[in-house]
Each structure stands twice: as structure tokens, then as C-alpha cells.
Ligand binder design. Structure first.
Ligand code: AMP
Length: 136
């Protein structure tokens, strides 16, 4: 359990601009938007990172996330958007409650991305793919 500002928002102890709620999911406008319509979609289950989320909450978010994306796009008029999900401080996570950012893109306005690719080794890649599979 991680009781953060987002748990307080779910409980209504802190105000938010709510856009969606069901028994497992809550969505509201980000208070520090990267662009108009920047929305956060969160599970009501209070866990810090995605790898700790239950299958039930993950399924509930997966069911509704595309619908909320469509609603954000329709309401803002954006045609492109990013979905961002940070896990851990070094990965830019500030609030330790799982959340998905929906960030509409309007020209230069939106999520800034630095995509620093590294070399790929097929031998090491084959071993790594096996190791990941074995851990599922
Ligand atoms: P992250 O860096 O992925 O942890 O993002 C946390 C996000 O939560 C940031 O984009 C903040 O602007 C947003 N945020 C923090 N507090 C609030 C709040 N009270 N209401 C809405 N959004 C918030």
C-alpha cells in the first residue's frame, strides 16, 4: 500500500477535475499539464509501480484507457498523443501511485522525448529474450 496524494484525490479529500470513475479506475486532469487535456488515469489500488499492480486493476485500466484517450482527443481537437507511464525516481516518477499520462500533442506542445538508441547485439538479445520469457 502507498497512500499518496492520488489516494487522497480518489477519496475526495483533495479536489480534482475528474473525467472518469468506476469501481477500479479514476481519471482526472493533470495539474501541471504538458499540453491542453493532459489527463492522468490511475487504478484505485494504491501500489507505487506498474509491476506491482494486480491483474484485475490492470485489466480495468486496459479496458477504459483507449476510451479516455478518444474522449481527450475529441474534447481537445488533438489528433496525436502520447501515453506515458513512469516507474521509479530515476524514470521520472514523482507520485508513487501507478498512473498513466495521456498527453495530447499540438505541434511543439506536448511530451518532449529524447530517444537515445544504443547498439543491439543479436547474440545477447537472444539470451536476454529467453531470460525475460523465463521470468514471466
Ligand atoms: P510522474 O512524474 O509520472 O510521477 O507524474 C506525476 C504527475 O502528477 C505530474 O504530471 C503532476 O503534475 C501531477 N500531479 C501532482 N499532484 C497533482 C494534483 N493534486 N492534481 C493533479 N495532478 C497532480
Amino acid at each position: 500500500m502507498s497512500d499518496t496524494i492520488f489516494s487522497k484525490i480518489i477519496r475526495g479529500e483533495i479536489p480534482s477535475h475528474k473525467v472518469y470513475e468506476d469501481d477500479k479506475v479514476f481519471a482526472f486532469l493533470d495539474i501541471g499539464p504538458l499540453s491542453k487535456g493532459h489527463t492522468l488515469v490511475i487504478p484505485k489500488e494504491a501500489v507505487p509501480t506498474l509491476d506491482r499492480l494486480s491483474d484485475e486493476s490492470a485489466a480495468a485500466i486496459g479496458r477504459v484507457l483507449p476510451r479516455i484517450c478518444r474522449a481527450v482527443m475529441k474534447a481537445t481537437g488533438a489528433s496525436d498523443f502520447n501515453v506515458l507511464q513512469n516507474n521509479g525516481k530515476s524514470a521520472h516518477q514523482v507520485v508513487m501511485h501507478v498512473h498513466f499520462h495521456i498527453i495530447p500533442r499540438f505541434g511543439e506542445e506536448g511530451l518532449g522525448i529524447e530517444w537515445n538508441t544504443t547498439a543491439f547485439d543479436h547474440g545477447a538479445g537472444a539470451a536476454l529474450a529467453k531470460a525475460i520469457s523465463a521470468n514471466l
